[in-house]
Design a protein around this ligand. Structure first.
Ligand code: ADP
Ligand code: MG
Length: 554
């Protein structure tokens, strides 16, 4: 079909851009098949969506690499990285949804029973609004087949590198699976490089980076499927407080734990920083919307008389926003919370003795986190890892205290305990079981939403005319994952439109089950090329719904 495509393109050369529409369809280009699913309407529209497919047997990938889900994800990731590299050498603009430092399930490469497929988005060339047929022919009949040959055939790859990529991923996920059985929230491997090159880079700091070295008292060793043995600092369940002077590496450690929910590529430095998959970073976020959340364990008896057992606001304060985010995460199934003093509301975290003496507790609506962190673990089984360099108040409630000293962790639990006072447990349970929330189905689909929800970068989802701000959802990785969340919001609206009595938590679970069984593309509204998506966790889907200003409960 290569000749047919070239001929078609030469026949529309110089015509108006709209004639490109005729390209839609399927072309056998010898080594690969080209499927053109969507043609952009004009040169300035988002690029055209295409797929390159080769026969799975011809592609020749060893079956053992693809035998399980982790192998699938890692092999696809390896090919997506090769695709990014190869596509960058094309003379035309070819987007592939490039992976970053984390290895995630993505829609870029699909491995099915019969074929292996690369999904890309390419700009069809134009001069002004006129079609450049010959340039387009070069792109479609030469560049793209070359990309397919370089990426989709096993023989073109370094077989050992691919095998190592898959083995690393399987080991990392095996380690994650073992954390709960060992009573750990996370592991930080010996030798890990935690600091990043700069505030806006996820690449490792190279010069002067001090490798992580676990304190003997917290050191654990874990044997992994490949035969590798990893040692490092195990962070136990319960309450762990990270202390230390300013600039000694506390936030860097916490940030690595936040990102440790996903596996990192070899060379990242955080390969063996592995955190439970359901750990949630919690921070203050004043101005966010909150809809029907029980924040009464933290805030009650407001002077306005507002009922905080089902708290709603369009403009939360620092402390109420942090309380709401925490309860939402726990209700969404988080088994561990990661909190940094740098991004917390002080009055949410603690209140000192003099303030307690001056303002009697019945006049203070806020019960600080320091008084709730133990009941949270005792009653709901939710652990906390907390950075607190500015106050010793958390010594009273900590199971473990780790001091960062020139980037080196020391176990100072005994010293901190000597300074601690007896914490007073609450007289009665304070955390109620999560109450299901029933969203009003129409509230998830605004009347002015003619187009599907879509990501605008990492931080924003456009829903109707509104923008949903996710900049404080710090564990979202990249625009492709935000796009996954955007599609999830639309699918949630579909589910609720079918069944108006479906609690939010159940609806999100239905989506997660669908992704597990049908793949990430089940989120996409498009057939064929699903767009470039990365898989979000249920926690990020919840985080987005919970921040939606239009959300109403029935
Ligand atoms: P803290 O939260 O204790 O004030 P940070 O984690 O913000 O400290 O770290 C302060 C600085 O030290 C940052 O610029 C960070 O990149 C750097 N840093 C952190 N850990 C290391 C390390 N292991 N080796 C070298 N530099 C580090
Ligand atoms: Mg800090």
């Amino acid at each position: 079909d290569s000749a047919r495509l070239t001929q078609l393109l030469s026949s529309i050369d110089g015509r108006g851009y709209g004639s490109y529409k005729q390209l839609r369809g399927s072309y056998d280009l010898g080594t690969c098949r080209l499927l053109i699913d969507h043609v952009q309407a004009d040169p300035f529209a988002p690029p055209s969506l295409m797929r390159l497919v080769v026969d799975r047997a011809a592609a020749g990938f060893p079956e053992d690499l693809l035998a399980d889900r982790h192998g699938h994800v890692a092999t696809s990731d390896f090919l997506a990285r090769a695709l990014t590299e190869t596509a960058s050498h094309s003379g035309e603009r070819v987007d592939v949804g490039a992976p970053g430092q984390e290895v995630l399930e993505r829609t870029t490469i699909a491995v099915a029973d019969d074929g292996i497929e690369a999904r890309l988005a390419a700009e069809l060339p134009a001069s002004g609004r006129r079609i450049q047929g010959r340039r387009a022919a070069r792109l479609l009949t030469e560049d793209l087949p070359r990309i397919a040959e370089a990426v989709l055939f096993h023989a073109r790859h370094d077989a050992e590198a691919l095998r190592a990529h898959v083995a690393l991923h399987r080991d990392q996920e095996a380690l994650r699976d073992r954390l709960a059985g060992r009573g750990l929230v996370a592991l930080v491997g010996d030798g890990a490089i935690l600091p990043r090159r700069s505030g806006d880079s996820e690449l490792p700091l190279i010069e002067d980076a001090v490798p992580f070295e676990s304190p003997a008292s917290l050191r654990v060793e874990i044997d992994l499927p490949s035969g590798r043995r990893v040692s490092g600092m195990g962070i136990p369940e319960g309450v762990t407080v990270i202390v230390g002077g300013g600039f000694h590496g506390k936030s860097t450690l916490l940030r690595a734990l936040e990102r440790g929910i996903h596996p990192h590529v070899a060379g990242d430095g955080r390969e063996w920083v592995i955190t439970r998959a359901d750990a949630a970073a919690i921070r203050a976020e004043d101005g966010r919307a909150v809809t029907g959340v029980d924040i009464s364990p933290f805030i009650s008896g407001l002077p306005s008389g507002t009922d905080t057992r089902s708290f709603t606001t369009s403009n939360a304060s620092g402390s109420t926003s942090q309380a709401a985010s925490l309860i939402e995460a726990a209700d969404a199934g988080a088994s561990a919370l990661l909190i940094d003093e740098d991004t917390s509301a002080t009055n949410f975290m603690l209140r000192d003795a003099r303030m307690r003496a001056l303002i009697p507790s019945e006049r203070e609506p806020i019960t600080p986190f320091v008084d709730r962190v133990r009941p949270l673990f005792a009653e709901r089984g939710v652990s906390t890892v907390l950075v607190a360099g500015g106050s010793g108040a958390f010594f009273d409630v900590a199971d473990h205290v780790i001091a960062m000293d020139s980037y080196a962790p020391c176990d100072v639990t005994a010293e901190a305990r000597a300074l601690a006072e007896e914490a007073q447990p609450p007289a009665a349970p304070v955390f109620t079981a999560p109450r299901p929330r029933l969203p009003d189905p129409v509230s998830l689909r605004p009347a002015d939403a003619r187009k599907p929800a879509s990501a605008r970068g990492r931080d924003t989802i456009r829903l109707g005319r509104e923008h949903l701000d996710l900049s404080a959802v710090s564990q979202l990785l990249d625009p492709a994952q935000t796009q996954g969340v955007a599609h999830a919001l639309d699918r949630l609206a579909d589910l609720l439109a079918e069944d108006g009595r479906l609690p939010l938590e159940d609806a999100v679970q239905v989506l997660v089950d669908r992704i597990e069984s049908g793949g990430l593309e089940t989120l996409s509204p498009h057939r064929g090329h699903p767009g470039h998506l990365a898989r979000p966790r249920a926690l990020e889907i919840h985080a987005a719904v919970n921040r939606w200003r239009g959300l109403r409960l029935v």
